[in-house]
Design a protein around this ligand. Structure first.
Ligand code: UGA
Length: 445
């Protein structure tokens, strides 16, 4: 099938490449000309493991093209995906102006009835607004809209986006007519033929809600375990063992029960805020989500409190922060917990050195005064403490003896509970872990 993907960010580019891999003829459309030029040359706009190879292979096979001209993408497309950004406005509601512009682009350039598929995460009932935008544009051009609107939410994670899209846990399609359902079923049939997963066919509003409910639930699960961590710290218990034992219950599950710095990234913070706002607009106070947000903000305060306790004054100390990306496997620093931590440490007068395998260029402007270390060794060498903020494999695999040898003071703050604390302690290091009994430096003094 011929498909247009409007907006080639993380979701759009991955969707475009994976649809092409399943045999569709896809054009990625974006008004960022520099981004389109780069993609035409085979250069990726962001780091996503495996996506570069897939994009290049599909482009070479002639199934994937890129353009900033709607006239090259929209005419003839049976399905046009809207994958544009929905940033948060000052009041917490999502800014949907790019979604409306994308709808207008389809209305202006489509030459036959097109199924307009929302993939951007949007508030429930946005489908109706898109339909209205299509109708108004058509009317302005002296005709009537024959396009249909469906919701086809995306559940991919950054860092595993290709795998999540090629082999999803479920495909959700919300449509209000048989015809639109039939088109979308035909689009996803090649995926369903090679990968066995539930296909949830529902109405547009329900599909829109599934996405927000899923992300809000996962974020709440993280805040729940972070609250349990706070209780464990006060009670002298261990949150990892609590989470493992809870996770054995299939009704709970172990995934997303890792206590740490809380959630960041471009999705959870924005979606929790948006869902709270949407519910409020509909007359329901979803207070649980406000608490999810509060606990998440609190989680970011944990590492500096530990450093203060273990180092006393921070003003004349050097702290090595390992990881700035919001999670491993990505160079994305949007709402990354590490950024708040670095800011707080700097505000207390600490000298901060940071390292990340891929994300450092993305914080250059934000922290011009912070030392961006070229490698882990120079980041750690002579620092008074190390703070593990993002659990990249490269850091998790560091030999404990190496840490002990490089640090000036033997202080380790593991904000992701990713290191083997016993192995670190065996090297004489003092280790603070999330949701664990508090440790003292030089016990016995
Ligand atoms: C999230 C969802 O997992 C995807 O299903 C969804 O499609 C995507 O948002 C989206 O809406 O586009 P992503 O933002 O890539 O994906 O990241 P996650 O892997 O979900 O992690 C989010 C944050 O939660 C990270 O900061 C991570 O460190 C944190 N986290 C995750 C925890 O603190 N503890 C955990 O147990 C799990």
């Amino acid at each position: 099938m011929k498909v247009a993907v409007i907006g080639v960010g993380h979701v759009g580019l991955t969707t475009a490449a994976c649809l092409a891999a399943d045999g569709h003829e896809v054009v990625g459309l974006d008004d960022d000309e520099a981004r389109i030029d780069d993609l035409q040359e085979g250069a990726m706009p962001f780091y996503e493991p495996g996506l570069d190879d897939l994009v290049r292979a599909e482009a070479k096979a002639g199934r994937l093209r890129f353009s900033h001209e709607p006239a090259e993408a929209i005419p003839g497309a049976e399905v046009a995906f809207i994958c544009v950004g929905t940033p948060t406005r000052a009041d917490g509601s999502p800014d949907l102006s790019a979604v409306q512009r994308a709808a207008a682009t389809v209305a202006t350039h489509a030459q036959s009835p097109t199924v307009v598929a929302e993939k951007s995460t949007v508030p429930v009932r946005t489908g109706e607004r898109i339909k209205q935008a299509l109708a108004l544009e058509a009317q302005a051009q002296g005709g009537a809209s024959a396009h249909e609107v469906v919701s086809n939410p995306e559940f991919l994670r950054e860092g595993t986006a290709v795998e999540d899209t090629l082999r999803p846990d479920r495909v959700v399609v919300g449509a209000d007519t048989e015809r639109a359902h039939a088109v979308m079923r035909r689009l996803w049939q090649p995926l369903l033929d090679r990968h066995d997963c539930p296909y949830v066919a529902t109405d547009v509003r329900t599909a829109e809600l599934i996405k927000h409910a899923s992300n809000a639930f996962l974020a709440t699960k993280i805040s729940f375990i972070n609250s349990v961590a706070r209780v464990c710290e006060r009670a002298g218990a261990d949150v990892e063992t609590v989470a493992d034992a809870m996770g054995h219950d299939p009704r709970i599950g172990r995934a997303f029960l890792n206590a740490g710095l809380g959630y960041g990234g471009s999705c959870f913070p924005k979606d929790v805020q948006a869902f709270l706002h949407i519910a409020g607009d509909l007359g329901y106070d979803f207070g649980l989500l406000r608490e999810t947000e509060r606990v998440n903000r609190e989680a970011r305060l944990w590492p500096v409190a530990q450093l203060r306790r273990l180092l006393w004054n921070l003003s004349d100390k050097t702290v090595a922060v390992l990881g700035v990306a919001f999670k491993p496997g990505t160079d994305d620093v949007r709402a990354a917990p590490a950024l708040d931590v670095i800011e707080e440490l700097s505000a207390e007068g600490a000298t901060v050195r940071i390292h990340d395998p891929v994300a450092l260029p993305n914080v250059r402007d934000r922290f011009p005064e912070v030392t961006r270390a070229e490698d882990v060794t120079s980041c750690l060498d002579g620092a008074h403490a190390v703070l593990l903020a993002t659990e990249w494999d490269e850091y998790v695999q560091l030999p404990p003896a190496r840490l002990a040898q490089l640090l000036a003071y033997p202080i380790v703050v593991d904000a992701r509970n990713a290191w083997d604390a016993d192995a670190l302690r065996a090297q004489g290091l003092t280790v603070a872990r999330v949701g664990a009994p508090q440790v003292e430096v030089l016990p016995g003094l």
